[in-house]
Design a protein around this ligand. Structure first.
Ligand code: GRG
Length: 297
């Protein structure tokens, strides 16, 4: 199958999995369910669950029911981070995924609560996998630990903290790399590491996968910075020029557009080279990584 058609198929399949774990909109607290569903159902790329599933397949994973719980959990965490990132105290943005941001529709308090709720729901969903038939509890436990670490204070939240503190300041390459590694790459590492772990891969293999996802994640963030400069709100589904508005030092500010594009290409090629050192079949995963180099959204 042609790559674009295959990607569409995988995106729709991942979406069905994620949506199947969303709450019913009923009960006295139904506003929070509605805000959670609004945020998750907005059209995202579903990159993290797709990466998780592909890595799981690459290593011959079998228990898809367990995988599905973790795919949904990670997309919930990613979505909570976007909801909170858009809040007035953070980037204060009005559009996300082509729609009004959650706090613009439901109000600021409900925006905060929707993010909190998605975070809790993520861990409830992941923990639910422990109760499934034929679950490898050791692998599920390791996957839960990866999810916690990569999204928390030594992962995404930690990166966001430094990013916020450094607003308006000049950063060097090392500091910028720290922020990108934690803020963005950590969740992509999380996706691929959990896929490999649930498929039963050993520790050394999971570390090699972490390294690949790290390169993909940093390239992904630099491309995000490039698009913030050169794209349009219509194409991106979120405001452009957001980094400048928030006085954010980015790779593009530090190195210019041309060198940033070269760096995205270099990191992605390095990821592909590392991936090619595996004998397991990984055609779609490789095509996906290459497609991200020139992504427009
Ligand atoms: C804890 C209050 C509180 C806030 C947390 C951690 C955090 C806020 C925000 C995370 C930082 C962040 C949004 C990083 C950017 C990563 C990034 C490039 C996200 C966009 O991902 P895509 O393009 O989005 O995959 P879609 O919409 O396609 O899913």
């Amino acid at each position: 199958m042609e790559f674009k058609a295959e990607l569409l198929e995988r995106t729709e399949a991942a979406e069905q999995v994620v949506f199947s774990f969303l709450p019913e909109e009923e009960g006295l607290q139904k506003t929070i369910f509605s805000a959670m569903n609004y945020s998750v159902q907005a059209p995202g790329k579903r990159l993290r669950p797709i990466l998780m599933e592909e890595t799981f397949r690459m290593f011959g994973g079998r228990n898809e029911a367990v995988l599905h719980h973790f795919m949904a959990a990670l997309e919930f965490i990613h979505t909570y981070s976007l909801v909170h990132d858009d809040l007035p105290a953070m980037d204060n943005d009005e559009y996300r995924r082509g729609r009004k941001t959650t706090h613009k529709v439901y109000g600021e308090a409900m925006g905060i609560l929707a993010g909190d709720a998605l975070l809790h729901h993520a861990f409830d969903t992941a923990a639910g996998s422990f109760l499934l038939a034929d679950v490898d509890l050791g692998a599920a436990g390791k996957a839960l630990k990866i999810l916690t670490e990569k999204s928390g204070i030594n992962g995404m939240v930690g990166g966001q903290v430094v990013d916020v503190e450094m607003e308006g300041k000049t950063l060097n390459d090392e500091q910028l790399d720290f922020i990108y590694r934690l803020k963005t790459a950590a969740l992509l590492e999380c996706a691929m590491m959990i896929g490999a772990t649930l498929a039963g891969a050993d520790e050394n293999t999971v570390s090699r996968i972490e390294m690949i996802a790290n390169r993909v994640g940093i390239a992904f963030q630099i491309q995000d910075d490039i698009l913030d400069r050169i794209s349009s709100t219509e194409e991106l589904g979120k405001p452009v020029g957001s980094d400048e508005k928030n006085h954010k030092m980015t790779y593009v500010v530090l190195h210019g557009l041309e060198d940033s594009e070269k760096e995205v290409e270099r990191l992605s090629r390095e990821a592909v080279e590392l991936l090619d050192s595996f004998e397991q079949e990984h055609t779609f995963l490789k095509e996906l990584i290459v497609s991200l180099i020139h992504r427009r959204k």
